[in-house]
Structure formats: C-alpha cells, structure tokens
Unconditional design. Structure first.
Length: 255
C-alpha cells in the first residue's frame, strides 16, 4: 500500500497536490497499488487525474462537519477527481473508499468525482465507491455535480458507455446542478442518499442512452429520466420526471 503522507512533511494548510502526484507515479509502477490517505483536512490546489484504475482509501468522516476522518478539499474551481482510463486498458478497477470530498470556501463548480473515458480501451470501469461523502456546509464551497458518470464519447455498439460502476453508502449534498448525473452509463448499481442544502440541488439525472441503472436509497430532489432504459429505484424520490421508451420498466417509490 502506498502511503500518501510519506511524500510530504505535512503542516496545516499545505498543498497536497505534489504529494499526490508522486504517490500516483509510485502506485502505477506497482500495478496500481492502493493509495492510503491519512486523516486530516488535505488541501489540493489543482485537480487529481487518475489515469489508471487506482484506488484511493481514507479513514471515513462525518456528514455534519469537516473535523473528522479524511477530507480532500479542492481549493480551486472546476473538476476535482477524475478517473478517465487515459492509459489504454488500465482504466478498470479503480475506487474511492471512506473519504469526504469538499470545495474550499469561496470556490465552486465542476464535478467532485468524474468517471469518464474516450473509447472502449480508454475508460473508467469496474469502479467501486464505499462510504464516500460530498460535503455541504457553511464552511465549504459547492460543486456543480457530486458524481458524474459520462460515457458520451464511448458509443461502440455492444460496448458503449462507462460500465460496471458500484457504490455503497454514498452521500451527495449541496451541489449546484445535480447530486448525480449519469450519461451513457451501463450497469450502474448502488445505494445512495442525496441532500438539499439551501438553494442547492439533490437531483439525480439519468440520460444519454444509459442502461441497467439500479439505485437504492433516498433522493431528496427530482429523479429525471431521459433517453435511458432498465432503470430501477428501490426507495424514494421527492419527484420523478421521465421521457422514456414504453418498453422500459421503472420502479420508483415516491414521498
């Protein structure tokens, strides 16, 4: 296991971006070994580019504050952590576990977590998230989207989209546009809860040819379904809007 704290003599407020870059280089040289992230509020001055299927693992956290567990804070505007499979046939197997993700105060925009790709041999896939929180509070900024799965560029028949994404205990709060957005995502299964901070969105949007998306939990916002099929929600959404083919089956609890 690659220990991130081994790449910096940390002091409060330091920028962890250079340490993460060095840790990723070592991880890749060791067949994408897991990177262990220490407890604390770790500030990053720029995005984290996960070009291969590497797993980031922390020590948990709390939805009520930023004073517990492992917190990764984006001190810039725009996307934060991206898995894109840029290195051919090495994009599968990544993950995120027991981590809180936040924007620094005064910062906004972008995706907290982006899973994407450019083709069948260059894409994120077989990806797993467990106990991950996108944080909202008066002591933090806001992302546009908590988790975005974007397979728009992967349109090969029979092998389209970003595929095989699973998650458990995923909590997404206080995003500007949507808590989760799935565009051309295939075989996406997991449990989640979205939350609405004041003036923010807890919506979930599924579109762009997405297929076999199974969600379990509570969506405090609108579930929007467009150009997708085989969508199941076991739980509740505050509202549902859908424009889908008649052959599709949707199971939704509302309230």
């Amino acid at each position: 296991m690659v220990k991130l704290e081994g790449f910096t003599s940390y002091q409060d407020g330091d920028d962890w971006s250079p340490a993460m870059s060095r840790a990723l280089q070592l991880s890749r040289s060791r067949r994408d070994e897991v990177i262990e992230i220490p407890v604390g509020k770790l500030r990053f001055s720029g995005p984290i580019a996960m070009n291969t299927g590497t797993v980031l693992m922390g020590s948990g956290g709390c939805p009520a504050n930023l004073g517990q567990g492992t917190v990764l804070m984006a001190d810039f505007d725009g996307d934060f952590i991206t898995w894109d499979g840029r290195e051919s046939y090495r994009g599968g197997g990544g993950g995120l576990e027991r981590i809180v993700i936040a924007k620094a105060p005064g910062r906004s925009g972008g995706n907290a977590i982006l899973l994407t790709g450019s083709g069948p041999s260059n894409r994120c896939g077989w990806f797993d998230m467990n106990r991950v929180l996108v944080y909202a509070g008066a002591d933090a900024g806001n992302f546009d989207v908590g988790v975005r799965i974007d397979g728009t560029k992967i349109s090969v028949s029979g092998s389209a989209g970003v595929r095989d994404v699973t998650f458990r205990a995923l909590m997404l709060a206080g995003c500007n546009r949507a808590a989760m957005e799935i565009t051309n995502g295939v075989h996406v299964h997991g449990s989640l809860q979205t939350a609405i901070a004041t003036g923010r969105s807890g919506d979930v949007i599924i579109d762009g040819g997405s297929q076999d998306v199974q969600l379990q939990g509570r969506i405090y916002g609108t579930l929007t379904l467009r150009d997708c099929r085989e969508i199941t929600l076991l739980g509740r959404a505050s509202a549902v809007t859908k424009t889908m083919q008649s052959m599709d089956v949707v199971t939704v609890g509302r309230g």
